[in-house]
Design a protein around this ligand. Sequence first.
Ligand code: VOV
Length: 258
Amino acid sequence: MQHQSSEPTVTQQAAETLDGWYTFHDFRRIDWTRLKQVEATVRTKMVHEFQAFLSELTQVEEQKEGSHALYTIIGQKADLVLMVLRPTMEDIQAVEVKMQKLDLYDYLIPTYSYVSVVELGTYRGSGEGNPYENPYVRDRLYPILPKSKHICFYPMSKSRRDGDNWYTLSMEKRKELMYRHGMIGRSYAGKIQQIIGGSTGFDDWEWGVTLFANDILQFKKIVYEMRFDEVSAKYGEFGEFFIGNRLESDELEAHFAL
Ligand code: VOV
């Protein structure tokens, strides 16, 4: 029997992407039960070693050769997330290996991770000349993460369901839809900063969405408002959501104190 499909069979043009720093989100649960058995002085030493590691990451950030952010995670999915941006996947892995060797990480159990690359779409064009030399584009592709009070992370894909297949829409239609997405996004200027990581072929979803805000309620507002926009309403598929509060290096001793 011949397969009946409402989808057009023409191959559509892929949107070109501009790709920046590689991105790694590392989610961990604190194994409090085991940590409670560690003597206070040893625990403090482990925290100091972690702080020294974070200082090294800060030095890289000051040289504008990467960026990072440490947040607590609210709820049971994780307790902490360290988000790291680096120029190459080798650099990302070097940070990952170094981190795993820290004594404190014997007590930080991996619960989730996400690998992507900071991505800018070109549905609106990419301006004149080489976009990788445009200072505005460079600031977006190689971002120094904001020091916002809150983070929200979730992975998402665009639907390939029969009838609602993003990948069979014409370039024209996708441009129009992404324009409207961008307009909603822009109404959150000054309230939310977004980092979109492209992850097709890198991780289980197609994008990792990281949002930063000082007012945590803005995450709920933007995600809800976007649910009514066609791009999300019809084509958005979402993974787990993680939200958290900023954790400064000098707060770590208090955070791990018992
Ligand atoms: C601060 C908010 C904000 C702003 C300003 C914003 C703007 C824009 C622009 C201008 C463009 C690029 C379009 C182009 O010209 O290429 C994008 C692109 C993208 N976005 Fe976005 N987005 C925001 C915010 C924002 C949110 C909250 C989400 C999650 C959606 C939801 O429902 O939970 C999201 C997702 C994405 C994705 C997955 C992509 C890539 C899609 C693709 O198919 O390539 N985004 N986004």
